[in-house]
Design a protein around this ligand. Structure first.
Ligand SMILES: [Zn+2]
Length: 205
């Protein structure tokens, strides 16, 4: 997106919600989140906020809208999700751009992966369409079901303790363990989903 268009749309938001909501910090954040959208997509986001929001949208609202736009774009043009993304200065530290976060299941202490709530997670979600893997939601922590763990960078170091802790043992090749962990996670969520359906059916009959 062209920076002039970006500022023009933010200016529309400033006019609608008041000029104090989009200081430099927030403007920079919004730019970081949304600059890979095209002009019309960002304009549509601004218009939606102006028409639907009672209060000024936060950078996180822009990020959410960014995902929605990207999702719609990928559904329309599936080939675009394979295009190389523009490298940015700030990216997601929750998943280190893998799209996957590690969570601890509170009831069993087991470590499993789910999709990150960022755009990389969104991409994984689209690529694994039909899987029962949920995207991370802070409410999981509030409900005390899952706790999100910091991304275990050390687990990628050969023969580290973290490697044994986060990935199943066996082959020392991290790529292979990563793939296995994804398969294990997908199976975990699928089983949980099936179980949920089974319980729901039991209640009905
Ligand atoms: Zn992420």
């Amino acid at each position: 997106m062209n920076q002039a268009n970006f500022l023009e749309q933010l200016n529309r938001c400033s006019n609608a919600f008041g000029p104090t909501h989009f200081g430099k910090e927030r403007t920079d954040m919004i730019w970081t989140y949304c600059n890979s959208l095209d002009d019309s997509q960002f304009k549509r986001i601004a218009s939606q906020f102006i028409s639907n929001f009672k209060h000024a949208p936060l950078p996180s609202d822009f990020l959410k809208a960014f995902y929605e736009e990207k999702k719609a774009e990928y559904q329309k043009h599936p080939e675009r999700q394979h295009e190389k993304e523009v490298t940015r200065e700030i990216d997601c530290f929750s998943c280190y751009e893998t799209g996957w976060v590690f969570v601890k299941i509170v009831s069993s202490e087991k470590t499993i992966m789910m999709f990150c709530s960022c755009r990389y997670g969104q991409k994984e979600e689209i690529q694994n369409v039909g899987s029962a893997v949920p995207p991370w939601d802070p409410k999981f922590e509030i409900e005390q079901r899952f706790n999100r763990l910091p991304f275990p960078m050390k687990a990628f170091v050969p023969n580290s303790e973290e490697r044994e802790q986060f990935f199943s043992t066996g082959h020392n090749d991290i790529a292979e363990r990563w793939v296995k962990k994804k398969i294990e996670s997908k199976k975990f969520w699928k089983d949980m989903y099936d179980d949920f359906l089974l319980q729901a059916n039991k209640k009905q009959t």
